[in-house]
Design a protein around this ligand. Structure first.
Ligand SMILES: Nc1ncnc2c1ncn2[C@@H]1O[C@H](COP(=O)(O)OP(=O)(O)OP(=O)(O)O)[C@@H](O)[C@H]1O
Length: 461
């Protein structure tokens, strides 16, 4: 692995040659530019880890280029070097966020030290930022039901290996939390955790998002860009909503999982990637395979370690502990200490179906903390909040970027599940209740991977 990509801008060929040699020997990949224009072209095409700018150049000056880079929104680490820089230039460069100002003639040892320290600092900051973001979202996987206890054990076991994991469960059951837990509990914790939502990326961009692209690979690809697989190298790639990945991409994903190497779009170089994949979906992938909407060979590749998250209504005993956990978080976030949920409130929450699962419970508690005037949240407050939630316009079904087909299927599944539960699983009365032909209901249930428990008994009768 190269230590970093460096761009050196200087108009003296002897300096460029010396620096290129010295830095390459230390493991850096070095590009050189003899003037501002060439440097700008290189910066536009490639991503660098650090740049060295001379101040006085024949076609401009390094400090103005530094300013241009900053105005363009880039926080590329830049070190200035100069033989006869004015104090003014040094002050301006420092204000613009130059990391150091080196006097010429350069001491190679000092330069290497500055580069090494700078890259170390930048990487440590990026890592700390990523960890902070992860920790903020991580929380803990709360729940003492048998299924949650078993799940935590499975996660601990899965985290030790590097095999691909497929997390399944309805929306809001905690699939992303599980993916994070696997990453954080495993040996890849020091590596990155990258997430990609396969349903949210337009199908024409999904390949470049996964594998990256070279400059000029397609209209709009002005700069080389690394894809999710490359960025996740050494760490974990979380492929959310993998069941909604378009067919042509499924073939490409399968190949990467088999070969463990990628090619950027528009590129010819084969790049090895060392990535652990954790995929998640709320679709019944077996049913999707049968319908020809998902490749069975990819399903087998992903499903090496399957982790199934039960819906919250199937582990109601977790509701009180989750509710109290979210209450604690919401009190801190909304600066409302001392709030409590009465026994009646907990009882009502536990009996509710939560079609939106843990996410719905979390949002409901947050609303209760904001809207309840007293410190005590009782059953009536919960009832009012549940009522207003279902009467309000947002259904919780819409998710930006998710195709209509996927959302409509989810809505149908929820309606049928609730209707079947209401009619005790009996297909005939469910069909009657919904005003559907029984055969139509059968077909729908089969397509959505649902089963009415009393179907056979009723059919026979
Ligand atoms: N067991 C749990 N303990 C604590 N918090 C949880 C638990 N399960 C889910 N949550 C919280 O519920 C919310 C939804 O979880 P998450 O985003 O992981 O669900 P998901 O299954 O990935 O949803 P989707 O399918 O809609 O992407 C998050 O805020 C998460 O922190």
């Amino acid at each position: 692995m190269p230590r970093g990509h460096v761009l050196v801008l200087d108009d003296e060929p002897s300096i460029l040659t010396t620096l290129q040699k010295a830095l390459s020997l230390e493991g850096y990949t070095v590009d050189v530019a003899g003037g501002v224009r060439v440097a700008e072209e290189k910066l536009a095409k490639k991503s660098y880890d650090i740049a060295l700018f001379d101040v006085a150049l024949p076609d401009g000056d390094g400090v103005s280029l530094l300013e241009k880079v900053r105005v363009g929104g880039s926080d590329l680490p830049i070190v200035m070097m100069s033989g006869h820089a004015s104090i003014d230039a040094a002050v301006r460069a420092t204000r613009l966020g130059a990391l150091d100002f080196l006097e010429k003639p350069l001491s190679t040892d000092r330069l290497l030290l500055v580069l090494d320290n700078t890259l170390r600092l930048v990487r440590a900051e990026a890592e700390a930022k990523a960890l902070r973001a992860q920790a903020g979202q991580l929380g803990e996987l709360i729940g003492e039901s048998r299924s949650m206890v078993a799940l935590r054990e499975q996660i601990a076991r899965a985290a030790k290996a590097s095999a691909t994991v497929l997390v399944t469960g309805e929306r809001g059951t905690g699939k992303e939390l599980v993916a994070r837990a696997i990453h954080l509990a495993g040996k890849r914790v020091k590596g990155p955790l990258e997430k990609m939502n396969c349903a949210a990326v337009p199908s024409e961009l999904i390949e470049s998002e996964m594998f990256g692209h070279e400059a000029g690979a397609f209209t709009g690809a002005t700069k080389q860009r690394r894809g999710k697989f490359e960025r996740a190298s050494g760490g974990t790639l979380f492929l959310d909503e993998v069941g909604d990945m378009p067919m042509p991409m499924q073939a490409k994903l399968l190949r990467v999982l088999q070969e463990r190497e990628i090619e950027r779009v528009g590129g010819h170089e084969t790049i090895k990637v060392d990535v652990r994949v954790v995929a998640a979906t709320n679709r019944d992938l077996e049913a999707a395979c049968q319908k020809g909407e998902f490749r069975a060979d990819l399903y087998d590749r992903l499903n090496v370690v399957p982790l199934a998250l039960p819906p919250l209504r199937a582990r109601r005993e977790d509701v009180p502990v989750l509710a109290r956990h979210f209450l604690g978080l919401a009190m801190v976030a909304n600066d409302r200490p001392g709030m409590v949920l009465t026994d009646g409130a907990i009882e009502l929450l536990t009996s509710y179906g939560f079609p939106g699962n843990v996410r719905e419970l979390r949002n409901l508690i947050e609303r209760l903390v904001i809207l309840t005037p007293d410190a005590k949240i009782d059953a009536e407050d919960v009832r009012v909040c549940l009522g207003s939630a279902s009467a309000g316009t947002p259904t919780g079904l819409f998710r930006p970027g998710t195709p209509f087909r996927v959302l409509a299927e989810e809505a149908e599944r929820r309606i049928l599940e609730e209707a079947l539960a209401h009619h005790g699983g009996a297909m005939a009365s469910t069909a009657r209740g919904l005003g559907l032909e029984r055969s139509h209901l059968y077909k729908k249930c089969k397509a959505l991977g649902l089963r009415g428990d009393k179907a056979e008994a009723e059919d026979e009768g």
